[in-house]
Design a protein around this ligand. Sequence first.
Ligand SMILES: Cc1cc2nc3c(=O)[nH]c(=O)nc-3n(C[C@H](O)[C@H](O)[C@H](O)COP(=O)(O)O)c2cc1C
Length: 186
Amino acid sequence: MAVAATAAVVPAPGEHTFREALGRFTTGVAFVTAAPDGKPAGLIVNSLASVSLDPPLVSFCPSRGSLTWSRIRRTGRFGVNVLGSRHERFARRATPAGADRFADLDWELGRSGVPLLTDALAGLECEIVAEHPAGDHWIVVGRVDELRVAPAADPLVFFAGEFGVLPSGRRRRRARPARAPAGRSD
Ligand SMILES: Cc1cc2nc3c(=O)[nH]c(=O)nc-3n(C[C@H](O)[C@H](O)[C@H](O)COP(=O)(O)O)c2cc1C
């Protein structure tokens, strides 16, 4: 099969080119939370992934150097807040190490005791079931015990190192499939 030669081919992935290549993969943005010692803690991530339907599992990848993850993991649980375009300022403010990530934030404790934003697009409550070392990060797997889904709203996305939103109208056009999917859609 002929492949159009439009992309530069780089043999060894240095950190910069690796980041650049993976930056071409558009993701959503989530706020992973817990309340170690009764105090809310959380970090912004874009490594959230759906892993399994039965049982319902998700994963995300905290850095080995993350102080916040070292506190969250002690609780054995974490919450996932899927962020919308309305959370862009919050996400920017909450990213730096040492930021007060819950200042001026509207949140409550979920049934399992993890902090959940009241206006997230979706909120998951997870039990940590595995934590695998993976280079300079961990792969954390959580079983979803509780979840809440808000009415559809514009998501916050991350692409090429920048926050962004979907082009206007894109979400509404994609909301209803034109025909039933023939097989698994995951
Ligand atoms: C869009 C975006 C995605 C991020 N994704 C991750 C991630 O998947 N894993 C991670 O450890 N840090 C991620 N970070 C960085 C963390 O949000 C945070 O800044 C970092 O963990 C330092 O804070 P800490 O020491 O309190 O953990 C991301 C930051 C941004 C802006």
